[in-house]
Design a protein around this ligand. Structure first.
Ligand code: GDP
Ligand code: MG
Length: 257
C-alpha cells in the first residue's frame, strides 16, 4: 500500500500525564572515501535535534581515512554510535545490509538509510519520521510533485535520470515513484520482514531490490518528496560495472518470487 505525506500531526501527541516514549532511531550510513562529507552530514543530522538518535557507519577501509574520522565522531557522540570497519570495498548493498543487521541487534525501533555525500538533505528526516507514524517505510522521492534533482543538472542528465527510473520501475514492477532512492526510513519491524540476505545487488540496483522486497511483503509505504543534491565533496563510486549489475540483476527480479 503506497501513500503520500503529509500525515496526521495528531498521531504524535501523547495523553496529558503520560511520559512520551522516545523511539530508538539509528541512522545507517555507508562510507567509502567520504572524509570531507562525513563530519558535515553528521552535524547536519544532529542539528535536527531528534531525541534518541544513534549512528552506524559502515566503512570499507577508505584510503582517505574516513574510518578514523568515524571513530572520532563515535568517541564524542552521546548515545549509540557504532563504526563497522570492513577490510575492503565490498559495495553499497553489502554495506547497508551489514549496517541494518547491527541496527536491529542494537535494538533500534526505527532505521534511517542515507548516503554520506549530502545528496540526501538531513533536514527532511523529521518529516519522514512523522510520516512513519502510520506507515512501515517512508521512501524519499525525487520523482513526485515537490521532489527534484540538482538544479545544476543539464536537461540531458535530467532526462536520462527520469527515463532510467521509469524504465527500472516498469521492468521490475515497482510502484513507488523513485525506484533507486537511497533515502528511506524503516520501522525495524518492517526490515525484519525482508530477507536481507536474499538481496544480492551491490550498487544502486540494491535500492530497487530492497523496495521491491518491501512492496512484495505488503508493507505500508509512504513517499516523501525531496530535492536531490549533487554530492558535496569527493567522487561518486558509480561505474560501468554498477550499471551492468543493475541490468543483469534487476531484469530477472520481476519473475522471481
Ligand atoms: N562501505 C561502502 N560504502 C560505499 C561503497 N560504495 C559507495 N558507498 C557509499 O554509498 C553512498 C552512495 O555512494 P555514491 O558514490 O554517492 O553513489 P551515487 O550517489 O550513486 O553516485 C556514499 O555514502 C558512499 O560513500 C562501498 O563499496 N562500500
Ligand atoms: Mg551519491
Amino acid at each position: 500500500m503506497i501513500s503520500e505525506t503529509p500525515v496526521n500531526p495528531e498521531a504524535s501527541q501523547t495523553e496529558v500525564g503520560e511520559t512520551p516514549k522516545i523511539p530508538k532511531i539509528i541512522v545507517v550510513i555507508p562510507t567509502f572515501n567520504e572524509a570531507e562529507n562525513l563530519p558535515v552530514v553528521y552535524e547536519r543530522i544532529c542539528d535536527q535535534n531528534i531525541p534518541g538518535l544513534g549512528f552506524i557507519i559502515v566503512d570499507d577501509n577508505s584510503p582517505d581515512g574516513t574510518g578514523r574520522i568515524a571513530d572520532d565522531l563515535s568517541a564524542h557522540h552521546d548515545g549509540v554510535f557504532r563504526v563497522i570497519h570492513r577490510s575492503e570495498k565490498k559495495g553499497l548493498g553489502r554495506a547497508y545490509v551489514a549496517g541494518f543487521k547491527v541496527a536491529i541487534e542494537q535494538g533500534a525501533e526505527i532505521v534511517v538509510e542515507m548516503d554520506a555525500d549530502l545528496s540526501h538533505p538531513p533536514e527532511e528526516i523529521p518529516r519522514m519520521l512523522q510520516a512513519l507514524e502510520d506507515h512501515d517505510v517512508v521512501v524519499g522521492s525525487r520523482y513526485m510533485p515537490g521532489g527534484g534533482v540538482d538544479p545544476s543538472w543539464s536537461l540531458g542528465r535530467r532526462l536520462l535520470s527520469s527515463l532510467g527510473n521509469a524504465g527500472i520501475r516498469a521492468v521490475v514492477g515497482i510502484s513507488v515513484t523513485d525506484a533507486t532512492s537511497g533515502f528511506k526510513v524503516f520501522r525495524t519491524s518492517a526490515l525484519e520482514q525482508v530477507d536481507l540476505d536474499s538481496l544480492r545487488s551491490n550498487g544502486f540496483a540494491f535500492q530497487a531490490e530492497m523496495i521491491l522486497a518491501c512492496e512484495r511483503a505488503g508493507l505500508r509505504i509512504a513517499q516523501h518528496p525531496y530535492s536531490f543534491r549533487m554530492r558535496a565533496a569527493g567522487e561518486s563510486k558509480m561505474s560501468a560495472g554498477i550499471v551492468y549489475e543493475a541490468v543483469v540483476r534487476l531484469l530477472p527480479l520481476r519473475f522471481k518470487h
